[in-house]
Design a protein around this ligand. Structure first.
Ligand code: TYD
Length: 206
């Protein structure tokens, strides 16, 4: 099974991802826990380029989309597909839905073109379940300011993040069976309880 986590900035997604991975492992699952952009040595090098807030302010949206996609292609070929073929459970912090939400809805790149690029990068691999941490950008960005962890995309205007947020809503509407939509505004324990319950309904032990 292939599970991904998605959400806008400051939704607490990475904290929840770590809790879910730890709980699945504690219940005995053989888990590959990974993230995008990154996951592989090549992917982490691309991550440094694409998220660099100081040097790469001139990056064009198309170049950005292709860099995320290049990292993804390496990730799928080197890690994700082999793990799935070996019967492991793969849990990934962000995947191609982030490209559609950020580069598509956020930057306004052509969605059909991005879908084709994405399909090429993944070889058609689609997650079985996508956990969406739903948190309006006004709330999430305030949380991020408190943590002082800014990457190049966080630093874009609030309107950009509002388009990303609306974009995620459209992606969920288009494919509701794949997405588990979780309200990310309550405290971490309450959010985790919602996720665990939803995953148990999908047959997972945690
Ligand atoms: P990261 O530091 O991993 O933060 P987060 O906790 O928000 O996941 O940063 C990843 C950033 O890259 C985040 O701003 C979303 C963005 N992103 C895209 O714009 N497109 C993509 O395809 C991916 C995978 C990430």
């Amino acid at each position: 099974m292939f599970i991904t986590f998605e959400g806008p900035e400051g939704s607490g997604k990475t904290t929840q991802y770590r809790r879910v991975v730890a709980a699945l492992q504690a219940a005995g699952a053989d888990v590959l826990a990974t993230r995008e952009p990154g996951g592989t040595s090549i992917g982490e090098q691309v991550r440094d380029i694409v998220l660099n807030r100081l040097d790469n302010t001139m990056m064009s949206p198309r170049a950005e989309a292709l860099l995320f996609s290049a990292a993804r292609a390496q990730h799928v070929d080197e890690l994700i597909r082999p793990a799935l073929a070996a019967g492991r459970l793969v849990v990934c912090d962000r995947f191609f839905d982030s490209t559609l939400a950020y580069q598509g809805y956020g930057h306004g790149l052509d969605l059909d073109a991005l879908r084709r690029v994405t399909a090429f990068a993944t070889g058609g691999l689609v997650p079985d379940v996508t956990i969406y941490l739903d948190c309006p950008p006004e709330v999430g960005l305030r949380r991020k300011v408190a943590q002082a962890e800014w990457n190049r995309l966080d630093a874009l205007a609030l309107e950009f993040h509002q388009r990303v947020y609306a974009g995620f809503a459209r992606l969920i509407e288009a494919d509701p069976a794949r997405w588990l939509q979780i309200d990310a505004r309550p405290g971490s324990d309450a959010v985790y309880a919602q996720i665990a319950a939803a995953l148990r309904q999908r047959g997972l032990s945690l």
